[in-house]
Structure formats: C-alpha cells, structure tokens
Design a protein. Structure first.
Length: 137
C-alpha cells in the first residue's frame, strides 16, 4: 500500500494519506505535508518535539494535527521527516515528531504551505484508512 499521493487542485495541493490504521495514516499525512515543503529523505531526526491534542471528530483531529505540524515548522524553523502518532478512542492524539533546523543549503526548497483547509477533508475507514486534505500554497 502506498503511503500518500497528491491530486490536482487549482492554486492549492491536495493529498491522500493511507495507513493500516488511523495512527499510521496520520503519520503518513505528516510525511505528505513535509514532502510538499522539502524532501523528507534529506531530513535528519536530530530534534524531537512532542504534543497532544483532542478533537471532537476524526476530521477535526486531522485538521488540528496538520495545523500543529505547520505551527512547529514555522515557529521552530524546522523540517520534520519522522512521525509517531497514537490516537485513542476519545480522539486524544499524542504525537512525537523528529527533524532538524532548516538549512536551505542542505534541504531542497520546494513549496511553502500557507494554511491547512477543511475543504474536501475526509477520513475514511475500511480495511485501511484514507485521509484527504488540501493545503493552501
């Protein structure tokens, strides 16, 4: 199963992230976000940040999680390439993300993400989980 893919959206970029469960799909959504910004293969896991969030439903949890990732990217001036997520039945998410300070001499500069949108965001569960989101560039 692929980890994520992109789809065309006018002036924005959308992605679908996949996983065998909600935790893995959220981890792959983190990879998808940071692969828009840079190449996650070039990011060393030197620094670690942990955070927790709780939301009222799976879509809101996805939105809040992606917003939190962008927040740490912008405030800490870091790129992340490793994600560990645990979500419980009360929609409480614990995340540990690993990465390093941005060095544009080392890291490929791709596209800046301005914001996460709720537009067409969904979380589908079957024998696997599919997440979909669109980001504003």
């Amino acid at each position: 199963m692929k980890k994520f893919e992109y789809f065309e959206v006018t002036a924005d970029i959308g992605f679908r992230a996949y996983g065998k469960n909600l935790n893995e799909a959220f981890e792959n959504a983190g990879l998808a976000i940071f692969n828009i910004i840079s190449d996650t293969e070039d990011i060393d896991s030197k620094n670690e940040i942990s955070f927790e969030i709780t939301s009222e439903d799976n879509v809101s949890l996805l939105y809040d999680y992606l917003e939190e990732l962008l927040f740490y990217h912008e405030v800490e001036f870091m790129l992340f390439g490793e994600f560990h997520v645990e979500i419980d039945e009360n929609l409480h998410l614990k995340a540990t993300i690993k990465g390093e300070t941005i060095d544009w001499d080392k890291h490929e500069r791709k596209t800046e993400i301005k914001a996460i949108t709720f537009h067409e965001m969904h979380v589908k569960k079957s024998d696997h989980v599919e997440l979909q989101a669109i980001v504003d560039l």
